[in-house]
Design a protein around this ligand. Structure first.
Ligand SMILES: Cc1cc2nc3c(=O)[nH]c(=O)nc-3n(C[C@H](O)[C@H](O)[C@H](O)COP(=O)(O)O)c2cc1C
Ligand code: SF4
Length: 423
């Protein structure tokens, strides 16, 4: 099994500079600076088929191709390390295990894009990651791998860490840029996209931690090799899958892109806990519509998951056993999203609490068939009508609930109580 991002992961310590270099670390950066032109790196990343690991799955090479790398003046590379989506913890695992991968990945990407300044926007609660990054940056600088004239070349790159204030909306890319500028993290309207007018109104590339950590591996192994790691025809690379919820072996594993849901649950997650049955899962974090055991053959990759009306998202798999009430589970998620709304637009600010109110009514046995109809209408009113993707993501579980578990929802109405409650 190919391990790239977790190749160096050790149970008892964080891999620091010496060990990282002994295991081949910074060879990608050395190779790039000595043998490759920036355009070759950009071409290689595009050909690799890498898609962003932050949730939306946009092609990294394509995103980079919109960037005006030859523009005069300041340009920025920003790493999104906000990671506040419930069920998602893979970026934290990566930084706790092997922080130099991100540092090398950012230096390489900055060289490819003609950028001299980078920021890592890090979730506030990630203390260990913060400490690791500060040490990794200091050690890399000392060794001539960051800072001025890296490895004696013409290329200079300064890297800074900025700690988030700790709200989910700070992970939305344009809200993040406002946060980084010290402003209230409301999303910005697009266009202009950050590639043209981003941080401090300058051209900016923004990528997720896992996305950027893959860049050294693409440069070392080549685009074709990276692409071939996936089990699906159109997929590329490996993926960090978070395993959480009612599983025997929760944790975070690196596996080929495109492994089936069933293999992930049974072999790597150790199956459902307490000998119970699998009822449902969120395949890629809290904002992705549910799947059921009928989907065990589906490949965990962007396109196959979209074909069954859900998303790979961040790859954070959350499993629910057969004693879980799906109305209660959805209500729990919705309370999070409603609380985290930035309040800027009506469908999200007023719509999400309304969805919570209807779900609470149904879960407590006070709901009517009209409430179920209202839930469906709310789905239509909120989806596609909000300023940013928070509200759309928030409605993902509601969409899954109404498509896959409508009978269970109606059973609450018929029985006048939650059918899964013991008495
Ligand atoms: C509400 C919200 C929260 C988000 N949180 C994160 C996050 O914590 N980390 C992340 O990488 N992307 C997050 N995203 C996605 C980013 O906006 C952006 O698409 C991503 O960072 C781009 O990186 P990538 O192309 O490497 O995936 C979030 C999006 C939304 C709408
Ligand atoms: S969708 Fe929600 S989080 Fe996004 S801008 Fe509107 S109110 Fe703010």
């Amino acid at each position: 099994m190919s391990q790239l991002l977790f190749k160096n992961r050790r149970p008892d310590h964080t891999v620091l500079l010496d060990e990282y270099r002994q295991n081949g670390g910074y060879q990608g950066l050395e190779k790039a600076l000595r043998e490759m032109q920036p355009a070759q790196i950009r071409d290689e990343v595009k050909a690799s088929g890498l898609r962003g690991r932050g949730g939306a799955g946009f092609s990294t090479g394509l995103k980079w191709s919109f960037f005006p790398f030859d523009a005069e003046g300041d340009k920025y590379l920003v790493c999104n390390g906000d990671e506040m989506e419930p069920g998602t913890f893979k970026d934290r695992q990566l930084l706790e295990a092997d922080p130099h991968q991100l540092v090398e990945g950012m230096a390489l990407s900055a060289y490819a894009l003609n950028i001299n300044t980078g920021y890592i926007f890090l979730r506030y609660a990630y203390n260990q990651c913060y400490t690791n990054l500060l040490q990794a940056i200091a050690d890399a600088k000392q060794a001539g791998l960051l800072g001025r004239n890296i490895l004696g070349s013409e290329f200079s790159f300064e890297l800074h860490v900025h700690r988030s204030a700790g709200r989910y909306i700070c992970g939305e890319e344009t809200a993040l840029l406002n946060g980084l500028e010290g402003k209230r993290p409301n999303p910005r309207s697009k266009p202009p996209f950050p590639a043209i007018k981003g941080l401090f109104a300058k051209p900016t590339v923004l990528n997720n931690i896992e996305t950027l950590a893959n860049i050294p591996h693409i440069i070392n192994g080549g685009a074709q090799w990276f692409s071939d790691l996936a089990l699906t025809e159109e997929g590329a690379g490996t993926k960090l899958y978070g395993l959480a919820g009612h599983l025997n072996n929760p944790g975070c594993v690196e596996l080929p892109m495109g492994i089936t849901l069933g293999e992930l649950v049974e072999e790597h997650g150790g199956g459902v806990w307490l000998g119970r049955k699998f009822k449902a899962c969120l395949p890629g974090g809290a904002s992705t519509p549910y799947l059921t055991a009928d989907h065990f053959d589906v490949a965990m990759d962007y396109n196959p998951l979209e074909a069954v009306k859900t998303r790979l998202g961040t790859g954070g798999l959350v499993v629910f056993d057969d004693q879980t009430c799906m109305v209660a589970a959805t209500l729990n998620l919705m309370r999070f999203f409603a609380r985290e709304s930035c309040g800027w637009c009506t469908p999200c600010r007023d719509g999400l609490p309304m969805v919570c109110w209807v779900l609470e009514k149904i879960e407590s046995g006070q709901g009517t068939v009209d409430d179920v109809t209202m839930l469906k209408e709310l789905l239509g009113h909120i989806n596609g009508r909000s300023f940013c993707a928070l509200a759309l993501g928030a409605m993902g579980p509601v969409d899954g609930l109404l498509r896959l578990f409508e009978e269970e929802v109606l059973d609450h109405v018929k029985k006048g109580r939650c059918p899964l409650q013991k008495s």
